[in-house]
Design a protein around this ligand. Structure first.
Ligand SMILES: NC(=O)c1ccc[n+]([C@@H]2O[C@H](COP(=O)([O-])OP(=O)(O)OC[C@H]3O[C@@H](n4cnc5c(N)ncnc54)[C@H](OP(=O)(O)O)[C@@H]3O)[C@@H](O)[C@H]2O)c1
Ligand SMILES: [Zn+2]
Ligand SMILES: [Zn+2]
Length: 358
């Protein structure tokens, strides 16, 4: 690692094209600014968004691209005006690493909705350099966009909380859905979905899982402590759940019809879309009118909410369910994630990996 005045050379694993295959890539990080912290990456979770991005599902990918936005690291150096971190602290970095600080969302501390937000990778930083994510030996981040890791949480467990965890925590809070006794469902039991079950249960909700198969049933009921399990293709199970739910958190990452799920909502129920889907989704208007239902969406959570969610998880003893792998397995992990074969999040042990050879 260099000094405050020099650019650091780091090795990350980058996609070079829309095949999405990652391989070692060497690049430089910006010089440490006054408010920057230099983070040695320890662990980084693999989110389905990393597949959307590396495979150019949204048509806006730039290469080489080092993905990874569920980053837990050790602070190894701080700029002169950094007050929130000291070398040796653990820090978390998520999806957003910059915003304008002036617009209404920024002033309301929901900077993730700033139109000038800077993504932790596949974006351009204020210095004109491409941003690169957490599948790398180090990152530099403005202290305002890093969170502190509570001492009661293990670093590898925290990684998935930084995107998946806050992605469910934020809408539950924002839409007034933290009250105990609510009936909710998580549609799609993956990385985001399994944290949805855990967080909603910890809020005192009755939680159903709606899944595309019965493969995850016993795990959902026995390990995640969901209250009910519905296979979406089973008409009788879907019929039984009609008009019963206050909300559905929909994490399905591919096109799917909305109407079967709208019919499960009760009066004023909310369908909260999480999946990044590049095709129009459809429904007929009476499906929302008759029952005053809402279809809405939500995007990660703010830095403040992320900090709050970490403290909530520490207090409630919540952890993520993860499979820890080394970087040389990352391409297999991405393939397995895409074919729905992980319980429930891969986390790459970045510091424990040889990053230099594929
Ligand atoms: N809004 C946000 O801020 C935000 C944050 C993070 C992620 N996301 C997006 O949310 C979506 C889910 O992310 P994730 O990381 O939770 O993904 P994931 O781990 O792959 O989970 C998605 C789940 O959806 C279900 N599914 C149904 N059809 C599928 C298909 N054809 N391929 C794969 N899964 C299918 C599966 O659950 P079952 O087996 O139970 O059917 C799967 O486990 C992605 O589109 C991601 O980009 C959004
Ligand atoms: Zn994510
Ligand atoms: Zn802004």
């Amino acid at each position: 690692m260099g000094s405050l005045a020099t650019e650091r050379t780091v090795t990350g694993w980058a996609a070079r094209d829309a095949t999405g295959v990652l391989a070692p890539y060497t690049y430089t990080l910006r010089k440490t600014g006054a408010e920057d912290v230099v983070v040695k990456v320890l662990y980084c979770g693999i989110c389905h968004t990393d597949i959307h991005q590396t495979k150019n599902h949204l048509g806006a990918s730039n290469y080489p691209m080092v993905p990874g936005h569920e980053v837990v690291g050790e602070v190894v150096e701080v700029g002169p005006e950094v007050s929130r971190f000291r070398p040796g602290d653990l820090a978390g970095v998520g999806v957003v690493v910059g915003s304008c600080q002036n617009c209404q969302p920024c002033k309301s501390n929901v900077e993730q909705y700033c139109n000038k937000r800077i993504w932790s990778y596949n974006d351009v930083y204020t210095d004109g350099k491409p941003t690169q994510g957490g599948f790398a030996s180090a990152m530099i981040v403005d202290q305002k966009f890093a969170v502190r890791i509570p001492s009661g949480l293990a670093p590898e467990q925290v990684a998935p909380l930084l995107c998946a965890g806050v992605t469910v925590y934020s809408p539950l809070k924002h839409f007034g859905l933290v009250k105990p006794g609510l009936k909710g469902a998580i549609l799609g039991l993956g990385g985001v979905g399994h944290m949805g079950v855990k967080i909603a249960k910890a809020m005192g909700h009755h939680v159903s899982v709606i899944s595309s198969s019965d493969k995850k049933k016993s795990e959902a009921l026995d390990h995640l402590h969901a209250d009910d399990y519905i296979v979406s293709s089973d008409a009788a199970q879907m019929e039984k759940a009609a008009d019963s739910l206050d909300y559905i958190i929909d994490t399905v990452p591919v096109f799917h019809p909305l109407e079967p799920y709208l019919s499960l909502l009760k009066l004023d129920g909310k369908l909260i879309l999480m999946g990044v889907i590049n095709q129009p989704l459809q429904f007929v208007s009476p499906m929302v009118m008759l029952g005053r239902k809402s279809i809405t969406g939500s995007f990660i959570g703010s830095i403040d909410e992320t900090q709050e969610m970490l403290e909530f998880c520490e207090k409630k003893g919540l952890t993520s369910s993860i499979e820890v792998v080394k970087m040389d397995y990352v391409n297999q992990a991405l393939e397995r994630l895409e074919r729905n074969d992980v319980r429930y999040r891969f986390v790459v042990d970045v510091a424990g990996s040889n990053l230099d050879s594929a």
